[in-house]
Design a protein around this ligand. Structure first.
Ligand SMILES: Cc1cc2nc3c(=O)[nH]c(=O)nc-3n(C[C@H](O)[C@H](O)[C@H](O)COP(=O)(O)OP(=O)(O)OC[C@H]3O[C@@H](n4cnc5c(N)ncnc54)[C@H](O)[C@@H]3O)c2cc1C
Length: 460
């Protein structure tokens, strides 16, 4: 229970309007987008500048109060679930783009900047920030960095970690730690940036982020390839990569997802297709034309019944908007949606797609599949109702089976959604006991009072 005196001390830092204790507010920030149990925090704080953020962190540490920092709460592994009676720090008051440097091609932002707003501001300056999670319209850059978010363009352009040049974050004493620099290269000191990206709020609280920008591609071409068998589509993914073509985006959707998305977005997707590949190539116009021709030829060779090339930007945008709506479209169908992101080496995509069908059959569940197939990162999606205890048990078993399969193929538990609470019990299966011990040593050295988002990644 947070005492009146302590609450007053927090209020003195953030101001009355930025401190919330009403039940409705506590409930609002008790859950995120993952299917894990909600937990009521004790207090919500919304600092609006770095000084207030630092002082709040210090006050929490001095009083042994656990902190969960929250961007938009869209993460899918439970990273923003608070600790009972703990403090939630909202970053939506820290939402300024501090600098866009077109000459040296970097930007400095506060953590609460919305991803898509940032990408648009950068584009207005003639530059490009590629990481584009499906949630980009609401997700924050702080959340993206803390989860090492990916997106639709990961195949060619990489993920958030490939764009973080440096950080300023607060340690548990509220002292500013600086990592990286505004330079293209930086070999000074430990690579603390690498440690912090993907740390899910467990090692420090980001205050400023330096992000790399790149020139925008001169030309783009998007296409939709239609298949009458899932296998043919997944084999085409592997064949495109094996042929050394690196599209900007190479997405997969099975029939279950196509129907849900079409019903939701009316984008004109062929609802009878067994699977679709959504492909975009970009770069120099001549290269784009050649890559597009090669992709189209490969799709046809491997059995695509048709390949539709987007006639213009409007048609292209419609296709990508439809793809981005996949999760929301599926979520409408049943009370509970479990979305996984086990990832395999790309050559294993056909085997993984088959394995997911077998797992669905074995556990009597329908598992829809879509995702960033070009990265080996599929999103098997189970629609269920958590209140049905018998079915939920089978869902748990199916999830464990999906992870086992992915690991057996040399894959990973998470391509982009992080570990959070949802996957922490599986971490040792992918790594080793020593990895967990080592990680826990880092955590206890940097956060001796265990106040920074305890329980996430490495468990309690
Ligand atoms: C519809 C939908 C589509 C999605 N598509 C994708 C996708 O394509 N690719 C992908 O990678 N993910 C995707 N996600 C997952 C999610 O959007 C990402 O994980 C995103 O990075 C979370 O950002 P957020 O602002 O919502 O962070 P939150 O969920 O609020 O927080 C995420 C983690 O970051 C920590 N954190 C936030 N701010 C800070 C800070 N300032 N300092 C320290 N820690 C901090 C939090 O404590 C938490 O552990 C999707 C989610 C949804 C709902």
């Amino acid at each position: 229970m947070i005492s009146q005196t302590l609450a007053k001390a927090f209020e003195d830092i953030v101001g009355q309007a930025n401190l919330m204790t009403e039940k409705a507010d506590l409930v609002t920030y008790s859950y995120d987008a993952a299917v894990v149990d909600s937990v009521l925090p004790g207090l919500i704080l919304r600092p609006t500048d770095g000084d207030a953020l630092s002082r709040v962190v210090k006050l929490c540490n001095d009083n042994g109060l656990p902190i969960t920092v929250r961007g938009a709460g869209t993460n899918l592994s439970g990273g923003a679930i608070p600790i009972h009676e703990g403090v939630v720090i909202l970053t939506n008051g820290l939402n300024r783009i501090l600098e866009i440097n077109t000459e040296d091609m970097y930007a400095v932002v506060q953590p609460g900047v919305i991803t898509a707003k940032f990408a648009a501001a950068v584009e207005a300056e003639g530059l490009f920030y590629p990481p584009d999670p499906g949630s980009q319209a609401v997700s924050t850059l702080g959340g993206n960095v803390a989860e090492n978010a990916g997106g639709l363009r990961g195949l060619k352009y990489g993920v958030t970690s490939d764009y973080v040049m440096g950080l300023q974050f607060f340690d548990t004493n509220g002292d500013p730690v600086k990592t990286g620099s505004r330079t293209v290269k930086c070999a000074t000191g430990y690579n603390l940036t690498g440690l912090m990206v993907g740390s899910e709020g467990t090692l420090g609280v980001f205050n400023e982020i330096i992000l790399k920008l790149i020139p925008a591609p001169a030309h783009r071409k998007a296409m939709v390839a239609v298949f009458d068998e899932m296998n043919k589509a997944s084999e085409t993914v592997a064949a495109i990569i094996a042929d050394k073509i690196i599209p900007a985006t190479l997405e997969f959707m099975d029939n279950f997802t196509i129907r849900a998305v079409e019903d939701y977005s009316r984008a004109g997707l062929p609802i009878d297709a067994a699977a679709l590949l959504l492909v975009e190539v970009d770069g120099h116009p001549a290269q784009v034309e050649e890559d597009a021709r090669r992709v189209e030829a490969l799709c046809k060779k491997l059995g695509a019944t048709s390949v539709r090339v987007a006639a213009d930007d409007a048609e292209r945008d419609k296709v990508w908007a439809a793809r981005r709506s996949a999760l929301s479209a599926l979520a409408k169908l049943k009370p509970t949606l479990v979305l996984e992101d086990a990832t395999v080496p790309r050559s294993k995509i056909p085997a993984m797609v088959r394995a997911m069908q077998e797992i669905g059959d074995k556990y009597g569940l329908s598992i829809g599949t879509f995702g960033h197939a070009g990265d080996g990162n599929l999103h098997p999606t189970i629609l269920t109702d958590k209140r049905n205890k018998e079915e939920w048990k089978r869902v748990d078993q199916a999830i464990a089976a999906i992870f086992d399969k992915a690991l057996a193929m040399g894959g990973t538990l998470s391509g982009e959604h992080g570990t959070g609470i949802a996957k922490s019990c599986f971490l040792e299966n992918e790594t080793s006991k020593a990895t967990l011990v080592y990680s826990r040593r880092i955590k206890s050295a940097l956060d001796p009072n265990n106040i920074l988002n305890p329980g996430k990644i490495i468990g309690g």
